[in-house]
Design a protein around this ligand. Structure first.
Ligand code: CP3
Length: 354
């Protein structure tokens, strides 16, 4: 195993990479860059290797996972790889009947709505996801000093798919349970926290150097509800992996009002979408945490000059931060020109070279 630690479990070159240094708020030779959804449909080489293979099946093939994870690292020269998988993979691995429908997202055959339904959420064991251990072993050998980010969906975002049965704009069924049956809701999130923690541990023990908890849809919640009904489950996940010493990143969309709480939940790095400038985000998060973000992904559809101007805005807002990991404010959109991402990576590297 190759966990980050000054005691030498992880190769020094990886431990000393700009990405991991920025996460630890140490000085860096340049601001590190990676992109959420950097692997995926924006890349023709991804579309080619995925041809005829369903999304969730692709996640169980170690050689394919390795190739897809490496593609954006090779092409863009980003400072970190993110493990190619999906937030619903651990739920599929414990036997839930779900699929990812192209153009739609995760769809659950039988939504989780009652106490009896909770019995379907059994614990995740490393054997359930042996392909993850195998793929990360292959990947860390290929990546050299480039760190690998493991990830999982946070309990709220996973619950939103399980209770709704699929993607939602309003989360009315999930919120109905949260407000109407708080005990069932708490038990559901606690089950998901255990599954998520187990999934992250598998990734770290196999060699992931950082982890990101995606609470993509937490921005649908008012801060009081987040604090009362969600935060402790995410905190349980972060606590469970604290002992490994790998940076823990926490990200959601539209979470401007939640940034402080998401940091408090146990993150070392707080991901910020494009709606809150990073200097203001730093005030909301408080000291002792790095920030990740936050270029609006739609900016990449504009001219190279416009992209550079918007990148300068992000870098200027980040100038006073102790640790900054450059990213988009949400995932790469599938129709993005990959060359725009390569140029963006180079531009951030040259603009921040110290
Ligand atoms: O490069 C990377 O970022 C790693 C890969 C990754 C995927 N899913 C692969 C994927 C990551 C980090 C995820 C996380 C994920 N999955 C999240 C959190 C990130 C976010 O966007 O906020 C969420 C909410 C999901 C659920 C999900 N899976 C959605 C909404 C979709 C899109 C459905 C569609 O077709 O529009 C997926 C499918 C998915 N996950 C794809 C990829 C590459 C596209 C499927 C395909 O290529 O056929």
């Amino acid at each position: 195993s190759a966990n980050a630690s000054p005691t030498g479990m992880q190769p020094t070159a990886t431990y000393d990479s700009p990405f991991l240094k920025a996460c630890r708020r140490e000085p860096v030779p340049h601001t590190p860059v990676w992109f959420m959804r950097q692997a995926g449909r924006s890349l023709p080489e991804y579309r080619k290797v995925r041809e005829g293979i369903p999304m969730l099946e692709s996640c169980t093939r170690p050689e394919l996972v390795t190739e897809i994870t490496l593609q954006p690292v090779r092409r863009h020269g980003v400072d970190a790889a993110i493990y190619y998988s999906d937030i619903v993979v651990p739920l599929k691995a414990i036997g839930l009947d779900l699929d990812i429908k192209p153009g739609v997202g995760p769809v659950v055959a039988e939504p989780v709505r009652t106490r009896a339904d909770l019995a379907r959420l059994r614990d995740l064991t490393p054997e359930d996801v042996s392909y993850v251990t195998e793929a990360i072993g292959l990947l860390t050998r290929e990546l050299g000093s480039t760190p690998l980010i493991g990830f999982a969906g946070a309990p709220f975002t996973l619950a939103s798919y399980l209770v709704e049965g699929g993607p939602s704009r309003t989360y009315e069924n999930a919120k109905a349970m949260m407000y109407g049956d708080p005990e069932l809701w708490a038990d559901l999130l606690d089950r998901l926290a255990d599954i998520t923690a187990a999934f992250l541990k598998v990734q770290i023990e196999a060699g992931a150097s950082a982890v990101q908890l995606f609470d993509s849809w937490a921005g649908a919640l008012a801060p009081a509800d987040y604090r009362r009904s969600v935060m402790s489950a995410s905190a349980k996940v972060f606590d469970a992996v604290a002992g490994y010493g790998v940076p823990r990143i926490h990200f959601g969309v539209g979470t401007g009002e939640l940034l402080g709480l998401m940091g408090e939940a146990g993150a070392d790095v707080v991901g910020v979408d494009w709606r809150v400038p990073l200097d203001e985000a730093a005030r909301r998060v408080g000291p002792g945490k790095a920030l990740q973000g936050n270029l609006d992904p739609t900016v990449l559809f504009s001219t190279p000059q416009a992209v550079e101007a918007k990148v300068r805005e992000v870098l200027d807002a980040a100038a006073g931060l102790e640790g900054h990991v450059f990213n988009l404010g949400h995932g790469v959109m599938p129709t993005t020109d990959p060359d725009a991402l390569t140029r963006l990576t180079e531009y951030v590297h040259t603009q921040t070279a110290r």
